[in-house]
Design a binder for this molecule. Structure first.
Ligand code: NDP
Length: 445
């Protein structure tokens, strides 16, 4: 395989999907060497079959708003690869959602799910519907209309969606209710469900906790720890909130959080009580992060900016893709940042990744460090199948084991001759090999 040629071909066949091209390029450039050690892969054109999704569903979603107006949105489900298990991946509701973004997410998900050790293929879905500013009733009507179509394409052994940006417990609940009504079936068809109806303990916490467990494992390779470190976090949603919680538990200080309008910096640190305030502000009142600076006047709010210009030891991007660029990466490194662990999917641009790796600081891509969320989703599927629920301690211990195992695999496949661990290469090669072997065994399908 010649990575450059495969990519050029994909760009020609699927123009106008820059995020998909970006994700494919990152993977191909790091697995090329390993792939070419296996001529049997090339013989069956494994790489194209792995880059192009198995199938894509696109549909119109029609719903009525509170004023009686009829609204339309686009709905999508990408079933990328099911070589190692049923398609699995979240649903994103955000006005920026389009086919290219979901294709990048489904592609990444395939490698991430492979890394978790659990039997899950890769998928992703969503809509350009934005829950921001919508009433509960509008969100419910939209979720029901979306599920009316999606029901045909998913199932507990076929494709199991979960949450992502704009889709939390509320939205999963509405979608589960409609699936159940339409199919008259009670199954683990969605993960991230409420605890009362099949959800797993630690699922809400899993992505953020997992990211910080992974960060801790990276720091340990340098004989270092989170204790006493200043940490910049972007986002104020599910991943960011629980990343912050775990940083606090492990003795670090959280300096920033953000939303799509701007970020807050608290020179005294965001402590437990202040984090509780943010959780209530975001999860109950669905407010904006700027309100934090009104509540705690020592803090500043910076409109329209990212937190990466602030001085700290560690950065955890936990909001969205391409939210940390090359210039910002240079600033982080110049300010003494020693580690970046991605809670979001592909938050660092290719230029930013180059800066981190050239500076030889610890850097982990989302598909490794944010895999805790889908891992506990996999554990939720197991609990649903056996009609049991496990204790928080049991799930947390499994999550920790999985994150440390992913870290070990990254070190195994990503350590360079000078000892520097290229976590991007490690994660991509480890994730790829398992899927590739399964595809080889299953013939040309
Ligand atoms: P939430 O919707 O709970 O929170 C997203 C946060 O990011 C919000 O603070 C939101 O601000 C901010 N944000 C969203 N879009 C943008 C944007 N374009 N620019 C700046 N800020 C933005 O989502 P999650 O916390 O679940 O997801 C965050 C990231 O983590 C995503 O990349 C997701 O794919 C990834 N992820 C999530 C997993 C999960 O289990 N939930 C699992 C693995 C990865 P605002 O409120 O203004 O929109």
């Amino acid at each position: 395989m010649e990575a450059k040629k495969v990519l050029e071909d994909l760009k020609r066949r699927f123009p106008g999907e820059p995020e998909y091209h970006q994700a494919v390029e990152e993977v191909l450039s790091t697995i090329e060497e390993e792939y070419n050690k296996h001529p049997e892969f090339e013989k069956v054109n494994l790489i194209e079959r792995l880059c192009i999704p198995d199938r894509i569903y696109q549909f119109r979603v029609t719903w009525m708003d509170d004023n009686g107006n009829i609204q339309t949105n686009m709905g999508y489900r990408i079933q990328h690869n099911n070589a190692i298990g049923p398609y699995k991946g979240g649903i994103r509701f955000h006005r920026s959602v389009n086919l290219g973004i979901l294709k990048f997410l489904a592609f990444e998900q395939t490698f991430k799910n492979s890394l978790t050790t659990l039997p899950m293929g890769g998928g992703k879905g969503g809509s350009d519907f934005s829950p921001r500013g919508k009433s509960n009733a509008e969100v419910m009507r939209f979720c029901q209309a979306f599920m009316l179509e999606l029901t045909r394409h998913i199932g507990p052994d076929v494709d199991v969606p979960a949450g992502d940006i704009g889709v939390g417990g509320r939205e999963v609940g509405f979608m589960f209710g409609m699936y159940k009504k339409l199919t008259r079936e009670y199954s683990g068809v969605l993960t991230g469900k409420g605890l009362e109806f099949g959800g797993s303990l630690i699922r809400p916490e899993a992505t953020g906790y997992g990211t910080v467990y992974f960060l801790r494992a990276m720091l340990k390779t340098k004989g270092d720890s989170i204790e006493g470190k200043k940490v910049l976090i972007s986002g104020a949603g599910n991943v960011a909130q629980y990343a912050a919680e775990k940083v606090l538990q492990l003795g670090g200080t959280v300096m920033t959080m953000s939303d799509s309008d701007g970020y807050i910096y608290d020179p005294d640190g965001i402590d437990r009580a202040k984090l509780d305030y943010i959780m209530e502000l975001k999860n109950v009142y669905r407010g904006r992060i700027r309100e934090y600076a009104e509540q705690y006047p020592n803090a500043k709010y910076v409109e329209g900016a990212k937190p990466w210009g602030e001085k700290a030891d560690i950065a955890l991007p936990c909001a969205t893709q391409n939210e940390l660029n090359e210039e910002q990466a240079k600033t982080l490194v110049a300010n003494g940042c020693i580690a970046v662990a991605e809670g979001a999917n592909m938050p660092s641009t290719p230029g930013a990744i180059r800066v981190f790796q050239e500076a030889k600081i610890l850097y982990s891509p989302g598909k490794a460090s944010n895999a805790g969320g889908v891992s506990v989703s996999g554990l939720e599927m197991s609990q649903n199948s056996e009609r049991l629920s496990w204790s928080a301690e049991e799930v947390d211990a499994k999550l920790l084991w999985i994150m440390e195992n992913i870290h070990e695999n990254c070190v195994k496949y990503g350590t360079e001759p000078d000892g520097y661990v290229n976590y991007v290469k490690g994660a991509n090669v480890a994730g790829f090999m398992k899927v590739a072997k399964a595809m080889m065994a299953q013939g040309i399908v």
